[in-house]
Write a protein that binds this ligand. Structure first.
Ligand code: 15L
Length: 277
């Protein structure tokens, strides 16, 4: 059985994957936030020493760790640029060849909704967060070309048990479908560098996911199952820039709420202190 490291294991996607992939691999879960699990190792990937420690002796890495929405540059720099570099470089030094990197639809979020895009399009990030995902894709390409590492890049849409709004009808992926795609990334022999889209078999997809199908992906779900319910609950109007582009609100705002983000927690703490005075 392969030993697989999942960074960012306490996040939403990490939680789904830890559940779906348990039993298939020997999982090593890691995050800077605590998790009560026997196979958990606490680590801050913005520190190279931690990245070296957690990547030792694994067969593959699913690198989810990092800032997962648009936010202040400092947080994204530490978690997604420095953190990503540390994990890829630590993997190289520890002889781990295979990395599955969940990049994001926000690496290409400024494509308009009337376009269907494939894995060859030029990146069009919709946020600093999206830029950090393009950085991960580029770093992966470098580590394949220069060091022969095997990189499977999944531009994830939105992982959820059900699609939550109209935009997500196009980019939704079910927990079991993302688990299948990640397994292809871990197990499929002969991967050099691939980009696929992390979506289910959605009728309303904005992505041509032929590359994923070529590599054996057979999604089980389609967001259309929930389309009536989702569209009934959709509020009319909305920001016109967000509505025109695939990345939605990421194209129009400077921050997307993320309760787990360290910088926001610090802000909230200092606000609360201020109020007490
Ligand atoms: C992402 O990349 C985020 O990590 C996730 O939290 C969602 O915001 C998702 O994109 C989305 O676009 O729905």
């Amino acid at each position: 059985m392969k030993t697989v490291l999942i960074t960012g294991a306490t996040g939403d996607v990490g939680t789904h994957l830890a559940r779906e992939l348990a039993g298939k691999y020997k999982l090593r879960l890691s995050d800077k936030r605590p998790l009560k699990a026997k196979n958990f190792v606490k680590a801050d990937i913005s520190k190279m020493a931690d990245a070296l420690r957690i990547t030792k002796g694994v067969d593959a890495i699913v690198h989810l760790g990092g800032y997962s929405v648009e936010g202040p540059w400092e947080g994204i720099l530490q978690a997604n640029i420095i953190g990503c570099y540390n994990v890829f470089e630590a993997a190289r030094r520890n002889g781990v060849k295979r990395i599955v990197f969940p990049t994001s639809n926000h690496a290409v979020g400024f494509y308009r909704r009337d376009r269907t895009i494939d894995d060859h399009v030029y990146p069009r990030p919709d946020s600093r967060y999206g830029v950090s995902k393009v950085f991960g894709e580029a770093l992966g390409r470098l580590y394949t070309d220069k060091y022969g590492m095997e990189m499977f890049m999944i531009r994830i849409g939105n992982v959820n048990p059900k699609p939550i709004d109209k935009r997500r009808l196009s980019i939704w992926i079910s927990p079991r479908d993302i688990a299948q795609l990640v397994s292809i990334g871990i197990d499929r022999p002969g991967i050099e560098f691939e980009i696929v889209y992390g979506i289910s078999r959605n009728k309303r997809a904005w992505y041509d996911n032929a590359n994923a199908y070529r590599l054996g992906y057979q999604p089980q779900d389609d967001s259309e199952t929930w389309a009536d319910e989702v569209l009934r609950n959709e509020k009319p109007g909305g920001d016109p820039i967000a509505e025109a582009h695939q990345g939605g609100i990421f194209c129009a705002v400077e921050e997307v709420p993320n309760p787990a983000a360290p910088v926001r927690k610090e802000k909230a703490a200092s606000k609360a202190k201020g109020k007490k005075k």
